[in-house]
Design a protein around this ligand. Structure first.
Ligand code: GAP
Length: 496
């Protein structure tokens, strides 16, 4: 029997959610295209991030270049430290990540450990390659894709390994253009690139992927978050270092117990909790893991990772890092530019501190597919997706019973009316109505609208609800409002 992730990925490719990139040339490992069904879902996830993270006053969005000059990534520490431990099998010459081989053998994570430590442990656990071959020495393999800008062979730039650096490079100008005050939050949604040693697990470890990041710049002497008192009693699930299970903790207790650095970090974590719930990931399927000090990225003073529980095992969905003044300080030094700021409340200029939530879009997209996937049942003899309306590829499918006698024309007019009323819909006139309903379920469309002979006279249609297959008649004039109203409540069943 296929594992859940194999089945879900298989369906995702069959039904147009994902496409293997450059397939006619044999595809590229670690790179996927989003197909006509997947692309709108991805866009909706990204827009929910924008709605939750970027619409508050003082929160701004930018779109910086994906090519970054080499000096900037030397300054940020990526050129020296952004590497994975590469080890080669002496027999097959195949390459592996040493920390992954250790994880497979010991069942615990070795991510972020030094090359020396990993080398020692490989020996201690007598680990060979998966083909049984002896392993060579571990080398630190830099994950960035180098680029040559202009008519030169010199690698003088890199494809960005995170969207964050563009925000740091643009910070000073945006600060000056926006009232020269803190806090200031700058977000970005876009592609990042990492030359992963062994891309695997579909969307989990890719070489080109999308991130949703926010850099929250603040005066370190003022780390309160406006409005925190309204959410301080809210609870999130937290996993402490060394523990297996997560516990529920209120945001205020998480700060008191030093799990979260301050109110800003707690709020940004709570927003991720909300985003995941709105995308449709059940609360028990994710939690926030507090990283031990020896597992922190090179730029971070404290880190909390969102972990998702999937059929692959536990996967990191996001990281929230207290980056302090690390990036601005280093860019100031290497570029010889003053990136300190003058604040009305301070006598001296300061370098702002930063807390950054960094969320992977593709991993969240995968987690949604897995959470929403439904097997065949006596009620539905096909596999389908229970997407919340907020992230479904379309809200509705519009189907004339017959493609003649004016039913097709009326259906076309209804498509137009629905689109004008804000309902994203698609039109289909081929196959039996039953087949069209099944196809809509298969891509997770919440509502189906059928136009029949009565519709011409009575000016009404049948609306079918995806989850329980319930149907009712509804007037064409109230259709768009009804769907929008229903979708806002997350309703896709007559019964709920
Ligand atoms: N700016 C900080 C940063 O980039 P990260 O933990 O390296 O931090 C953030 O990445 C998120 O980006 C991860 O939690 C994950 O969801 C996503 N991500 C990172 N590498 C990825 C890859 N190779 N494939 C897919 N998603 C990835």
């Amino acid at each position: 029997m296929a594992k859940l992730y194999e089945r879900v990925l298989d369906i995702a490719v069959q039904r147009g959610f994902l496409l293997p990139s450059a397939e006619i040339y044999g595809s590229m490992a670690g790179i996927y295209d989003y197909g006509p069904i997947g692309a709108p879902i991805k866009r909706k996830i990204q827009n929910l991030f924008r709605e939750i993270f970027i619409t508050c006053p003082g929160f701004l969005e930018i779109e910086s270049s994906t090519i970054v000059p080499k000096e900037a990534l030397v300054a940020s520490g990526h050129a020296a430290s952004f590497s994975d431990p590469l080890v080669e099998c002496k027999k097959t010459k195949k390459q592996y990540r040493a920390d992954h081989l250790l994880q497979e053998a010991t069942g615990k994570s070795w991510e972020g450990k030094s090359v020396e430590e990993l080398q020692k442990r490989l020996k201690e656990h007598k680990i060979t390659s998966p083909d049984g071959g002896e392993l060579g020495e571990i080398k630190a393999f830099n994950l960035m894709f180098g680029a040559s800008m202009g008519a030169t062979n010199e690698k003088n730039a890199y494809l960005r390994p995170e969207t964050a650096q563009g925000i740091f490079l643009d910070f000073k100008r945006i600060f000056l253009q926006n009232g020269s005050k803190l806090p200031l939050a700058i977000g970005q949604v876009g592609r990042s690139y990492r030359n992963e040693i062994s891309p695997r697990q579909g969307l989990v470890r890719m070489r080109e992927f999308s991130q949703m990041e926010l850099e929250y710049f603040f005066n370190p002497k003022k780390d309160e978050m406006p409005g925190f008192e309204k959410i301080q009693k809210k609870e999130v699930r937290v996993r402490l270092p060394g523990e297996k299970n997560a516990i529920e903790v209120s945001l205020e207790d998480a700060i008191k117990n030093k799990y979260f650095a301050n109110q800003i970090m707690a709020t940004l974590i709570y927003w991720q909790h909300q985003l995941y719930l709105r995308v449709g990931i059940p609360a028990k399927k994710f939690h926030f893991a507090i990283l031990p000090k020896d597992g922190l990225p090179h730029y971070s003073q404290a880190n909390v990772d969102l972990e998702m529980i999937t059929s692959y095992g536990v996967i990191e969905g996001s990281g929230t890092a207290y980056r302090t003044d690390f990036d601005l300080k280093n860019h100031a030094k290497h570029s010889n530019t003053d990136l300190s700021v003058k604040l009305p409340e301070e006598e001296e200029k300061i370098i702002p501190h930063v807390i950054e939530p960094s969320l992977g879009v593709d991993r969240l997209f995968y987690c949604l597919l897995e959470s929403a996937y439904k097997e065949k049942s006596p009620e539905k003899e096909w596999e389908w997706f229970d997407f919340p309306p907020a992230v479904a590829p379309y809200l509705a499918g519009v189907f004339p019973l017959m493609k003649k006698d004016g039913l097709d024309k009326l259906a076309g007019e209804i498509v137009q009316t629905l689109r004008e009323g804000g309902v994203e819909c698609y039109y289909s006139q081929s196959g039996s109505i039953g087949k069209r309903y099944a196809r809509a379920d298969e891509i997770g469309v919440p509502y189906c609208i059928t136009i029949d002979y009565d519709s011409k006279e009575k000016k009404d249609v049948t609306i079918r609800y995806r989850n329980d297959g319930g149907q009712e008649r509804i007037s064409i004039s109230s259709l768009a409002d009804k769907i929008i109203e229903d979708a806002k409540k997350g309703k896709v069943s007559l019964k709920c």
